[in-house]
Design a protein around this ligand. Structure first.
Ligand SMILES: [Zn+2]
Length: 263
């Protein structure tokens, strides 16, 4: 039987070297839940885990089970709890080392992830690509045939920019970087289904941001240049479910900062 997304609690092979274990934490911001990626070259004995997922005993135990506890390294795409909450239980169960761009999430090492760094583990070559924008600490991981994009590009819908340190100029530059590295490589996102080719999805994301920016510019022509984020949301997101407005507000705030910085 071939599994399809979403396959909660079952290891689903997506590429020859990447399989996904979906956490049972669906929600407005997590779509169907968090994808924990389990990587390994076909002949390797150990695994690399990307994003242990939320604080959820069942999910952590499932990761330990499918890897037989043989995790060479765990990597973190960014700080949000639905990606990092499960770190300590996974470390307790398997003793894995954990690397991230934020010191808070390092376990068993002092080595922060560095942009451009090449990691060799589990028979794979994994290139670290800084892709800030969703959060300041967001990174993607580039394999020979796929890119793990964290929350920078999702499998469906579009990404919200974090109101504390998300920035649209950074985000647009990150999408450009992903277009560059993504041609012909599978998109393995932290939420939603995977796609066979990252490049067209990254291009759609850029187009979507440009359209939203045009809409925000138009709204400011009506509302005046100093309009607040919520007033802009009411105009630009009038056709969107009101429950999504708080998240939209955070993205609009980032767009207003971007436009005002350009003045
Ligand atoms: Zn996130």
């Amino acid at each position: 039987m071939t599994l399809t997304h979403p396959a909660y609690g079952q290891l689903r092979q997506v590429t020859p070297t990447a399989a996904v274990l979906l956490a049972d934490n669906p929600g407005q911001m997590t779509l169907d839940g968090t994808n924990t990626w389990i990587l390994r070259a076909p002949d390797a004995s150990e695994y690399v885990v990307v994003d242990p997922g939320p604080k959820d005993k069942t999910h952590s135990e499932a990761i330990a089970r499918v890897t037989d506890g043989m995790i060479a390294l765990t990597l973190i795409t960014h700080r949000h709890h639905d990606h990092t909450g499960g770190i300590d239980r996974l470390v307790k169960l398997t003793g894995t080392q954990v690397r991230a761009t934020d010191r808070e999430f390092l376990r068993g090492t002092d080595a922060l992830l560095a942009d451009g760094e090449l990691i060799e583990a589990a028979g794979l070559r994994i290139r670290v690509l800084a892709t800030p924008g969703h959060t300041g600490d967001s990174v993607s991981f580039v394999l020979d045939d796929a890119v793990l994009t964290g929350d920078t590009i999702l499998g469906s819908g579009t990404t919200v920019l974090d109101s504390s340190d998300g920035a649209l100029a950074d985000y647009l530059a990150s999408l450009d970087r992903l277009v560059e590295v993504g041609a012909g490589k599978a998109l393995l996102p932290a939420h939603g289904p995977d796609h066979p080719d990252l490049e067209p999805v990254a291009r759609y994301y850029i187009e979507h941001r440009r359209e939203r920016l045009d809409q925000v510019r138009a709204a400011l022509r009506d509302l005046g240049p100093n309009a607040g984020a919520m007033a802009v949301v009411r105009k630009v997101y009038a056709d969107v479910d009101k429950r999504l407005w708080p998240a939209a507000r955070s993205s609009v705030q980032a767009q207003l900062e971007y436009l005002r910085a350009a003045l």
